[in-house]
Design a protein around this ligand. Sequence first.
Ligand code: NAP
Length: 279
Amino acid sequence: MFEINGRTKHLAIIGHPIEHTFSPKMHNFISKKMGLNYIYTAFEVAPEDLGSAIAGIRALGFSGINVTAPHKRRVMQYLDEIAPQAQMLGTVNTVVNHNGRLIGYNTDADGFYRSLLHNGIETKNKDILILGAGGAAKPVCVMLAQHTPKSITILNRTVSKAEELASYIHKTTGFSVETEKSRKHYDIVINTTSAGMAPQLERCPIEDMSFIDRNTFVADMIYNPAQTVFLRRAKENGAKGINGLGMLIYQGIIAYELFTGTILPDSIYNTIVSEVFGQ
Ligand code: NAP
């Protein structure tokens, strides 16, 4: 490990709660691998302290921070500039200190896209089904709508939320999204719901999965457990698929590149998967 000294630059993640975050482990691992003199820590910040925390980031000259729940929307009011993708999503997960100007970015959508590309999955001209319409569905849908799929359909347990998200996607990207399952086959099916994650470990977001077969690619945003009921059943039907670890890692890689102005080697992804996550 490099020596922490007077030139060490500071990075951090803020959230509430924060103790289960993987980010310090991942970012400090990258700094060590790349030989860059940065240290990354985690801070529990209560909602009422958000403004003071951001003032502290400025005063202490942090190079950047990641921002997680529940601050991703409210943090925007304390920043000097919001990058277009974050503006479109209405949330920020990465703040970079550019010579005293705090700029907000959102790396979730690009993180998910890069995890698809890493697995050789293109979205152009594909029929895509999204399960869920919560916070995680939004960046995924915005990103997909920007990459010319043939169709996007959003299904959600609470139908009104699917309709709300579809109308938001149309308004922000101009792409028309469907909210009813009208096709027999979808090329890509993405689970953005929390069904399958504790405390819903045994739940699957949809009962009838007979339309998923060896010609379907499935992605689950959940990474813990590594295989949800949804992923297991899809694979039993012959589909290939990935869990949410790729998105988690790529959103971190993109944030690290923004913080430090470096381009990380492609090989860093596999190194993180094996050496940080032991997979
Ligand atoms: P959220 O805003 O609370 O939304 C939860 C969504 O799941 C809603 O659409 C909800 O439907 C649906 N849902 C919950 N239980 C369900 C069930 N039993 N059956 C069917 N639908 C169900 O949560 P979120 O922020 O979108 O997060 C969703 C998941 O994505 C979480 O597991 C989270 O860990 C994961 N995630 C992963 C990453 C990553 O980097 N890989 C990033 C962000 C999030 P209703 O609207 O009907 O309630």
